[in-house]
Design a protein around this ligand. Structure first.
Ligand code: HEC
Length: 173
């Protein structure tokens, strides 16, 4: 018997990450487990590597814009794939798995419009939300102002995760 194990794909469309996996099980590579009656080989346990949250870009938006960004994140169904309240994998994954946006490296922040509006990662399952819309819903096209607001919200969430991690590290010292 074979069973796929891992994180990503359409499972994100059904429920938030925390209802489906532990922080540890969300990490580690996607893999295929093969079961055989009477077999004795233990499963290889992949290393549970928790990457640090990269330092996010400076927050330049107002609290109001961040809040607006949170609504836009829901309205454009970013939460459908990236999970509500950016409750993601806790890792930066690529090649078609859904990344936790709080872990976005600097180059992704720099390419925000290209990725989110123009859809440069469309072939990997990340829709473009502007003109022409490459996503079936909603019909409204995302404006640059909306893209900025949703970016501000993502940066806000990234700073929260980054600061929480720094505080944890300090408490340990
Ligand atoms: C249909 C599912 C889906 C929706 C809806 C979606 N994304 Fe994504 N997104 C993905 C996938 C899959 C990737 C990974 C693409 C890759 O591997 O390059 C991704 C990647 C990204 C990336 C990083 C691209 C990179 O360099 O790897 C950003 C930023 C992003 N999404 C933002 C958003 C925002 C903002 C929204 C809402 C406006 C949104 N996404 C909605 C599936 C989705």
């Amino acid at each position: 018997m074979l069973t796929p194990v891992g994180w990503g794909s359409g499972s994100r469309l059904f429920a938030p990450a925390w209802t489906m996996a532990t922080p540890e099980s969300k990490r580690g590579p996607a893999r295929l487990l093969a079961f055989k009656l009477g077999a004795t080989t233990p499963f290889p346990t992949p290393p549970d590597i928790v990457p640090p949250v990269p330092k996010p870009p400076p927050q330049t938006a107002s609290a109001e814009t961040i809040q607006e960004g949170k609504h836009i994140y829901r309205r454009f169904v970013c939460d459908g794939c990236h999970s509500p309240d950016i409750d993601g994998s806790g890792a930066w994954v690529r090649n078609g798995a859904v990344p936790d946006l709080r872990y976005a490296p600097p180059e992704v922040h720099k390419q925000w419009y290209a990725i989110v509006l123009a859809g440069t990662h469309w072939d990997k399952g990340m829709p473009g939300f502007a003109n022409p819309p490459k996503f079936a819903f909603p019909n409204a096209k995302m404006t640059t102002k909306e893209a900025d607001a949703v970016h501000a919200y993502v940066i806000d969430q990234a700073w929260k995760a980054y600061n929480a991690e720094q505080q944890k590290a300090q408490a340990k010292n």
